[in-house]
Design a protein around this ligand. Structure first.
Ligand SMILES: Cc1cc2nc3c(=O)[nH]c(=O)nc-3n(C[C@H](O)[C@H](O)[C@H](O)COP(=O)(O)O)c2cc1C
Length: 193
């Protein structure tokens, strides 16, 4: 059998380190998902597993670890705010990506219409109600309904790739292929988010 007909070998006996390495090839943005606890204190955590899910109705999703302390608060309040980080906010990602009792001590924020923390200098934000929670192994899959959108800043995004931070060289965005027109985050027309 030649290489062309055999196809790639693959590895069906991978460990979690190899799984992490493979999944780390998928570049994402970085968000900080926030809410307010019962005493009115701000809480939040860094989250790369965020995605736009549906245009009509407007839905998003994110996946918190089952051990996440912020998730336990969001689960109670049923509300969260997704802050999309810019490339100036690497330090913000580091603060919210580690455990801490007072993550907001050095962070400037303003309240959203529902009072949830909007981090200053984020590219944009979206305030949501929890709509559905599904099991996702050691994570939950949380679907949220978008209620309010923040303004959009013209800045570069913070990217997460191979376990480290990355920024685009140029603020210039290369247009996607025409056949991507039906994708959810297409901004060339009015079809995709
Ligand atoms: C760039 C980055 C992305 C992350 N993405 C996620 C994620 O998608 N889901 C998750 O549960 N934790 C993620 N984390 C880890 C949490 O932010 C981290 O475990 C944090 O301490 C959780 O805080 P909490 O327990 O206060 O909620 C990420 C961390 C970083 C730095």
């Amino acid at each position: 059998m030649t290489a062309a007909t055999r196809g790639p070998y693959g590895n069906a006996e991978f460990d979690s380190r190899q799984f992490r390495t493979a999944m780390g090839q998928f570049c994402t943005g970085v968000t900080v998902i926030t809410t307010l606890d019962e005493a009115g204190g701000p809480v939040g955590f860094a989250c790369q597993s965020f995605a736009a899910l549906s245009l009509d109705p407007p839905l998003v999703l994110f996946c918190p670890m089952k051990t996440s302390r912020s998730w336990k608060v969001i689960e109670k309040t049923g509300k969260f705010c997704v802050n999309v980080l810019s490339n100036h906010q690497q330090d913000v990602s580091a603060v919210f990506g580690a455990p801490g009792d007072d993550k907001f001590r050095t962070i400037s924020w303003d309240p959203s219409p529902a009072g949830l923390p909007v981090l200053r200098h984020s590219l944009t934000w979206v305030e949501c109600d929890v709509e559905q929670v599904t099991d996702g192994g050691d994570h939950h899959i949380v679907v949220g309904r978008a209620l309010t959108l923040g303004e959009v800043l013209q800045d570069k995004p913070l990217l997460f790739y191979r376990g480290g931070y990355l920024s685009t060289e140029h603020p210039h965005v290369t247009p996607a292929q025409a056949e991507l027109e039906n994708f959810l985050t297409w901004t060339g027309g009015d079809t995709w988010l």
